[in-house]
Design a protein. Structure first.
Length: 490
């Protein structure tokens, strides 16, 4: 076929394909709304245990609004502190997740008219005395959810020591385990958790601290705000809102204003403070370094013992050490952190025992035990790589097995495993960021705290990444220097 005819055939085929695609897409098709929500904040957003689908008051409400406006929905689960950055990045069309309307947030995102009346409350362990208001919280240890209005309010309490968590349930567990004296959060979610989970060990202290309203958030200047407000107005007017509210909260809803009073107040947001960011990162880097050194030291000690067990003649000891290695290498560090810090104290409490683990100790224990499993295999492989003739020569010289191991085998094994030890140390520097989930204020958490108040995710996380890069690069150079000093191969 001539080239001109082939080109004509391709052009005709392209036109036919375009026509088919055009016919497949209905004219004026309604675009899908991508909606972000935090699935850990019952009863507003949670995951159905049977179906795995998102459900809750917020979910039903946005579905009712979408039905009125004729828009299909795509629900996206995100941590609460990631919702506003996702809106800024254009990854979401809107976010509904019990987000309190504040003047500070309104500088970054737009809000719908209020859809829920709420307020902050204090939660304490049952029987606690002397905590009923903000004044009583001065100098206390308090659990909060990162990025929440409760976190912002408690940051202004003189002397308060905050433990920040990624979700409300984790902060509540911190209180139940006795690690903090109080938990400050929105009352509706807290009351729901106490009632549905049967948490008899905690109670609400005093009266509500604030009177707030929730709103649906949009990227600044979004055209969807008007459509959502119209749909929300219809849901409020036709009784659908009241039915949803009564189904989830067992009572009639209060009247809602057209506009949140907080929008008429002055924002006290200072934006991104470069000096404060630098201080936070330096503080976080110091904590990360201390956590890395302690965890690596514990890991090395544990690895030596486990490697000895793996190489020993005792079959039972070999099996136990193998189970240890397989368990810690086969389960995520995140799960191990949760089990050690949250699970063990909770189990002890159920048994009538009071056990409180320090956050730093729990992080070192989890990271150290995990690192020991990997390092043990590295050390075992290094020792096994030494030729058996070295053992025989040592025996011929009259050296005892332990002496031969110390003076002949280990120095040679170190030459071969030092690069692997360096890699494990560098990996551990990065893995310390996982300790943020238990409220540990290491480098990554310090960045999260800044983003939660400044909403400048790109700049802050880039700075955090650069600090990590500086730390890992420095560690790499130090290990290379150690190789040269010991005359080890590069």
């Amino acid at each position: 076929m001539p080239a001109s005819r082939r080109r004509s055939a391709k052009l005709l085929l392209s036109l036919v394909m375009a026509l088919v695609v055009g016919l497949a897409i209905p004219a004026g098709a309604t675009p899908t709304w991508t909606v972000g929500t935090d699935p850990t904040y019952a009863p507003f957003g949670m995951t159905d245990g049977a179906s795995g689908e998102l459900r809750g008051f917020d979910i039903e409400l946005i579905e009712a609004i979408a039905k009125r406006t004729g828009h299909p929905l795509k629900l996206t689960a995100l941590p609460f502190d990631g919702l506003i950055p996702a809106l800024q990045a254009g990854n979401l069309d809107l976010a509904i997740s019990a987000m309190t309307i504040t003047a500070e947030r309104a500088e970054t995102v737009d809000f719908s008219r209020p859809y829920f009346a709420a307020g902050l409350g204090i939660v304490v362990r049952r029987g606690t005395r002397g905590i009923a208001n903000l004044k009583d919280l001065e100098g206390r240890t308090i659990a909060v959810q990162i990025g929440s209005t409760g976190a912002k309010a408690m940051a202004a309490v003189p002397g308060a020591k905050l433990s920040t968590f990624d979700s409300g349930p984790l902060a509540l567990q911190e209180l139940l385990n006795g690690h903090v004296e109080a938990y400050v959060n929105d009352l509706p979610a807290t009351l729901y958790a106490i009632e549905t989970a049967g948490l008899d060990g905690i109670e609400i202290a005093g009266k509500p601290l604030t009177s707030d309203f929730y709103g649906i958030a949009f990227p600044k200047g979004s055209d969807l705000r008007e459509a959502v407000n119209k749909g929300l107005g219809q849901v409020l007017a036709d009784g659908s809102y009241a039915r949803i509210y009564e189904r989830w909260f067992g009572q009639s809803p209060p009247a809602l204003p057209q506009r949140a009073p907080a929008l008429d107040s002055r924002s006290d947001s200072a934006g991104l403070d470069g000096v404060q960011l630098l201080r936070n990162l330096i503080r976080g880097a110091g904590v990360t370094l201390a956590l890395t050194l302690c965890s690596f030291g514990l890991g090395l000690i544990g690895a030596g013992l486990v490697a000895a067990g793996l190489l020993g003649a005792n079959t039972m000891m070999q099996r136990c050490c193998r189970i240890y290695v397989d368990f810690f290498r086969g389960t995520p560090i995140l799960v191990q952190l949760f089990v050690i810090y949250f699970g063990v104290p909770a189990l002890a409490r159920q048994m009538g025992l009071e056990l409180q683990l320090d956050r730093f100790a729990a992080a070192v224990l989890a990271l150290g035990l995990n690192g020991a499993a990997y390092l043990a295999e590295t050390i075992r492989a290094g020792i096994n790589s030494i030729d058996r003739g070295q053992w025989e020569a040592s025996r011929a010289l009259g050296l005892k097995p332990l002496t031969a191991l110390q003076l002949v085998i280990l120095p040679q094994a170190l030459q071969r495993v030092l690069p692997s030890l360096a890699n494990e140390f560098i990996t551990l520097i990065k893995d310390t960021s996982l300790a943020a989930v238990i409220g540990f204020d290491e480098l990554f958490r310090q960045g999260q705290l800044v983003v939660a108040t400044s909403y400048r995710a790109f700049e802050v996380y880039l700075a955090v990444a650069l600090v990590y890069l500086m730390m890992t690069t420095t560690a790499s150079l130090l290990f290379k220097q150690l190789e040269r000093r010991l005359s080890l191969p590069a």
